[in-house]
Write a protein that binds this ligand. Structure first.
Ligand code: ATP
Ligand code: ATP
Ligand code: MG
Ligand code: MG
Lengths: 161, 169, 169, 161
């Protein structure tokens, strides 16, 4: 229904405006309706203003900036209407170290309301998690769960080479 | 409703029974390329009632049954069980709201037969879907971001992006 | 023909002149998200004659001119120069094959005017394209894999994948 | 022309069969024509057999396995018809440590015939390169080249946080 959608849109927009500068260490962003007069058909545009830069076409943003903007959008929705659990598969892949740290700090806040299960190759993200589940294929083609020691992690992945 | 235990046997690259007990907070699943991490996500989606095999990276539903390796024969059944703690009973149907735990099970046989169970009692796929209705947690909700899909949000047409907001409402 | 020097000024996020001298072997361009690494690839494609703004992540050609920041005004011209060492003279046109180095330059003004130069002599865009014909190195050759495109190879339809082989032939 | 395409296809196929086990530390792969009788219209299919596993649908492969298969295909074409230079933008992003090492070893071989310019966030890939070019945005929105010391690299990226 129109009223429900507009209410949700406005809530997500407010959250998105707050979330973006925390992930980007500055800058601003907001959502815009492509057809404000027809809320039941309108599209939603992301207006992105990275810190120190100008508002620019979404397409011109870098791979990491696009991913982080999408994460800000998704996290905003998670906070407005928390799901009981979130399954995130390698969403931190394109992020550099500084962005990964801020991503994980925000994830901790989401983790207060929702249970989070994430897949990641990123050592920083592994360090932020409460528990690690290691999956291996000791026997080719057969997946097996193994316990992973966070302290041994860097030594372990060297052994895998 | 939060996840407590996932049991996978015969599903994709998990021919041997695998049990995962999820704690509260943030769990990270780690391992080398191709070891089965995304398959665990597929298993959760599947047991929650995912009907689109494309969403599970397959072409026909039989693709989710362990198809064998150089050293092992294929299996003829895939089974996944998910135990949830019912800590928000107001969001579940009346007849389930009394329980502290809800265990859903889905089986698929190579013959094409399917079985669905709630707390080990046979039920229909529709009943599995109903467990998650009203809690924003169904197999298609925003609570799942699959590998590669985060880019789709910025690349999507504005009309596609509105569905994220609609699903949350 | 290998790359020797790239000069960027006014192109995308490079308002100040930037000179890169590429060695033989393997060079890695590194830095944080959004600092301009992919823009360097765009600059090389553009000076080689890329005409599809979509391939440069833009919507109209003016998108490649530095558009300003909170502290700086926009510029009105983008210019990229690429100096190549002509170590395979058999692959270039007769009138260029005598040279040890070939420098191509492309300029775009916000007014929409364009300028193209070879060794500082004005020429047409067509002449720039011809520098690379026959050496498998034009702005669309397989020698460039843009960010995110490696996945397109496995996701592509088989008919699309044949073009990779055709372009190499 | 038909003859030219088939010749190229066969050459790339032979190279692909040799390249795949070097990137995957085993297994096999080959190319197939979807319409062998109409070479001018046929598509090209990748048949992938990861070590110890079975030949499986391309779609069921993992993110890293798909990327590495695509790299094997691209590298095969690079070796058959070497370009003077190759520009590679973050193609090693989805690879784990072991795959990244094998990727870089193969890249060294390609680097003997072609000049390689690659963009990467991966420290291992940086270590394999002959020269590093660092790009920063000290002043927001303005890109600047800086010299990067490989030894200082890990210390440097910590400083960036
Ligand atoms: N039905 C099946 N039987 C046996 N193996 C299967 C089946 N379906 C998928 N697989 C295998 O599972 C593997 C993919 O696993 P998955 O996608 O979980 O990897 P991953 O751990 O997420 O890796 P990455 O880090 O590269 O994303 C593939 O090698 C595929 O061949
Ligand atoms: N015409 C322009 N004027 C000013 N800035 C621009 C222009 N075009 C693009 N940019 C900026 O360049 C940045 C993108 O740079 P680039 O894609 O090279 O990043 P990157 O270093 O590849 O990052 P990543 O590691 O995330 O892929 C964006 O922030 C974008 O706003
Ligand atoms: Mg995966
Ligand atoms: Mg980039």
């Amino acid at each position: 229904t129109q009223k429900l959608f507009m209410e949700m849109f406005n809530n997500v927009n407010e959250q998105f405006k707050a979330m973006f500068p925390r992930l980007f260490a500055g800058g601003s962003a907001w959502l815009e309706l492509t057809q404000p007069n027809t809320p039941l058909e309108t599209g939603v545009e992301l207006m992105i203003h990275p810190p120190g830069k100008k508002v620019t076409r979404l397409s011109l943003l870098s791979g990491g900036e696009k991913a982080l903007s999408a994460i800000a959008f998704i996290f905003s929705i998670f906070l407005i209407n928390p799901a009981s659990y979130c399954l995130l598969d390698e969403i931190d892949a394109p992020l550099d170290e500084a962005n990964t740290n801020r991503f994980n700090e925000l994830l901790k806040i989401i983790g207060e309301k929702s249970q989070i299960i994430m897949i990641s190759h990123n050592k920083r993200s592994m360090e932020f998690s409460d528990m690690l589940f290691g999956v291996t294929m000791g026997e080719s083609g057969v997946s097996k769960l193994v316990s992973v020691d966070i302290e041994k992690l860097s030594g372990r992945s060297n052994a895998q080479n | 409703m939060r996840l407590k235990r996932l049991e996978i046997i015969g599903f994709k690259s998990f021919p041997d029974k695998c049990i995962i007990d999820f704690p509260l907070g943030i769990s990270a699943i780690v391992g080398p390329n191709g070891c089965g991490k995304s398959n665990i996500i597929d298993a959760i989606k599947w047991v929650m009632g995912e009907q689109s095999i494309k969403q599970l990276r397959g072409k026909s539903m039989g693709d989710v049954i362990f198809s064998g390796t150089e050293k092992r024969l294929q299996l003829n059944m895939a089974e996944v069980s998910l135990t949830l703690s019912n800590d928000t009973p107001e969001t579940v149907e009346a007849d389930l709201s009394q329980l502290t735990e809800i265990m859903i099970t889905r089986r698929l046989f190579r013959s094409g037969e399917s079985a669905y169970l709630i707390n080990k009692q046979p039920c229909r796929l529709k009943d599995i879907h109903n467990v998650f209705l009203g809690s924003g947690m169904g197999a298609k909700s925003c609570a799942i971001v699959q590998q590669g899909n985060i880019g789709a949000i910025t690349d999507a047409a504005p009309e596609e992006r509105r569905t994220f907001i609609e699903e949350a409402a």
